[in-house]
Design a protein around this ligand. Structure first.
Ligand code: ADP
Ligand code: MG
Length: 327
């Protein structure tokens, strides 16, 4: 069952620009140039219930604009967007009851109120039954350790604490879908882990659909079944992480520890990319040779103590994809 349907979705912005170098009185005399910015330029995808989808792409790719259309904050210029079968911008209140939203850069909590009171307000606004509220609060506070700062005004929370609070708050009313825009931006490793664990757990326990945008490959690898890569307002990849690894990661690194540093070291396949004493990092292409072939070749000529095949680095692959802009 599709909980999200997006078809040929577009959002253009009109920007007015004056030619550079114009100052003072001339400014008001010269008409600014009208530029159409195609922030989202015809994207299509569906999401089924319970998926965790990561939307990634470089800065300015159109990720936040997409989330804003999905959550009803922005009206599309063209195309179809349906969330839980409804057009989000036309049914904002109904839609809000069924979704949870967190924008990492902006708070949805009440800045001057203790967190507890923000939570109470959310409970009232969403008319959350006491039983559900108590149950959710108990689970959330356990994983996110909210009790430590529940009586602190939001403005005094650290970024990590605030994000934990925001994410917990967005799920109090048992939404069917949550949208997180950069939920781990600026957080330390421990806070990131806690948030990822929490998202994973809520997804597994309650089958909540999760859509998140991120720059963080850790978020992607730990959380997402599927990634959608956006660049320049267009989707350039939509699929599993494993598939992308398979297609684009033909290269592997074999790290070899030799008993002694080999003299007159020679290689007929692959190439050394790093050397640390008796250890060498050898890069090879899977199409050209296999790891066993390489190991056989090396062990026939030199005495090997140990070796390790390195996992493909998703960060490396994604960087490669941005550079090549494949379609
Ligand atoms: N309200 C707006 N007015 C004009 N341009 C905008 C507006 N919002 C976003 N943009 C532009 O649209 C593009 C996509 O922005 P955004 O969706 O925020 O990207 P991302 O979240 O992927 O970094 C950027 O070039 C941005 O400058
Ligand atoms: Mg953004």
């Amino acid at each position: 069952m599709n909980v999200i349907e997006v078809k040929d979705l577009k959002r253009y912005f009109t920007i007015y620009k004056r030619p550079p170098g114009i100052t003072g009185i001339f400014k008001s005399m010269i008409k600014p140039k009208r530029i159409i910015k195609k922030a989202v330029d015809g994207i299509s995808f569906n999401v089924t219930k319970g998926e965790i989808v990561g939307i990634l792409g470089p800065n300015g790719a159109g990720k936040s604009t997409t989330i804003k259309m999905l959550t009803g904050i922005l009206v599309p210029t063209e195309g179809i967007v349906r969330v839980n079968g409804r057009e989000p911008f036309k049914n904002r209140i109904k839609n809000a009851m069924e979704i949870g939203v967190v924008f990492g850069q902006r708070t949805q909590l009440w800045w001057n109120l203790p967190l507890r009171e923000s939570f109470d307000l959310i409970r009232t606004i969403y008319k959350i039954p006491t039983e559900i509220y108590n149950k959710n609060y108990k689970i959330f506070s356990e994983i996110l350790e909210l009790d430590r700062f529940i009586d602190t005004p939001v403005r005094q929370l650290s970024l990590g604490q605030r994000m934990r609070a925001e994410i917990g708050a967005s799920l109090l009313h048992n939404p069917k879908i949550v949208f997180f825009d950069e939920p781990t931006i600026g957080l330390d490793v421990v806070a990131k882990q806690r948030i990822r664990e929490f998202i994973k757990r809520v997804n597994e326990k309650s089958n909540v659909t999760v859509i998140l945008t991120t720059h963080d490959m850790g978020d992607i690898e730990k959380l997402c079944d599927r990634i959608i890569i956006i660049d320049n307002g267009k989707i350039i990849y939509d699929g599993s992480i494993n598939k992308i690894k398979e297609i684009y990661a033909k290269e592997r690194v074999l790290v070899v520890d030799f008993e002694i540093e080999p003299v007159d070291f020679e290689l007929t396949m692959g190439r050394v990319i790093k050397e640390e004493g008796t250890r060498k990092h050898i890069l090879f292409n899977r199409d050209e040779c296999s790891a066993p072939e390489l190991v056989n070749y090396l062990s026939a000529k030199y005495s090997i103590k140990d070796f390790m095949l390195k996992e493909t680095d998703i960060e490396h692959i994604i960087g490669h994809i941005y550079e090549h802009k494949f379609k």
